[in-house]
Ligand binder design. Structure first.
Ligand code: SF4
Length: 229
């Protein structure tokens, strides 16, 4: 079942986007997250594969350096960037995109579906591409959640530090995000002071039982995860 929580302009560039909740009866089969409810954003009018290839994914992913078009440019320029681009398999998103396009917005149902549940926000796209008045009530009704913010430098997104990890790709970016009040999730192969490896990497603990990636509301150390393909 797919519940549409939002359809309207992206906060990034005004293109039409959708916020969808994938609520399989037994939760997600993602082996890393465990059976969490998954919440993600998609373009309304552009096929998910086309959006990645032509750069229209900016509306939901902003300037994230893991967007394949940006990642390829940065690698070509020799700019420091994560080893691999975004790992989300867009062709798996096509059925979800079609279902979401066909659905009507039912925000009350979205709140009901998320209430008291463990939720993975940002399963695809940046939650900050959706207006705060839509996303914050959804965050607040959950039992717990995970969330990563790629556009953490944006002044409009500072409220999300309470709920989200700043997604960073270097030690310098981590220091910058820290100075702005964010906890961080960094891709890397070694630890700096104040960081721990993701417990899924070290002990196969699933996100549903860990929940360390929930921003300042958690108060734990920063997280490091080795890059993956
Ligand atoms: S630190 Fe915990 S919540 Fe974050 S990715 Fe790893 S297992 Fe999931």
């Amino acid at each position: 079942m797919t519940v549409k929580a939002y359809e309207g302009p992206s906060t990034v560039n005004g293109d039409n986007i959708m916020l969808g909740i994938g609520c399989e009866v037994k939760g997600s089969r993602n082996t890393k997250t465990g059976p969490m409810v998954q919440v993600g954003t998609m373009l309304r009018d552009v096929h998910p594969v086309e959006a990645v290839n032509n750069g229209a994914d900016e509306a939901i992913c902003g300037g994230c350096p893991l967007r394949p078009t940006i990642h390829a440019e940065m690698k070509a320029e020799g700019t420091e960037v994560s080893e691999f681009p975004c790992y989300v398999k867009k062709y798996y998103k096509v059925a979800q995109w079609k279902a979401l396009k066909a659905a009507s917005v039912d925000y009350d149902n979205a709140l009901d579906v998320l209430a008291g549940r463990s939720v993975r926000f940002g399963e695809y796209g940046n939650l900050s591409s959706v207006p705060r008045e839509v996303s914050e009530p959804l965050l607040k009704v959950t039992k717990n959640h995970t969330l990563y913010e790629h556009d953490w430098r944006n002044p409009e997104n500072q409220w999300l530090a309470l709920y989200a990890m700043a997604s960073v790709h270097s030690i310098e970016e981590r220091e910058e995000a820290h100075s702005m009040g964010w906890r961080t999730f960094r891709t890397g192969n070694s630890l700096e002071s104040g960081e721990v490896f993701c417990p899924n990497y070290t002990h196969k603990i699933q996100c549903i039982d860990c929940n360390l990636c929930s921003g300042n509301s958690c108060g734990a150390k920063d997280i490091v995860n080795p890059p993956h393909k």
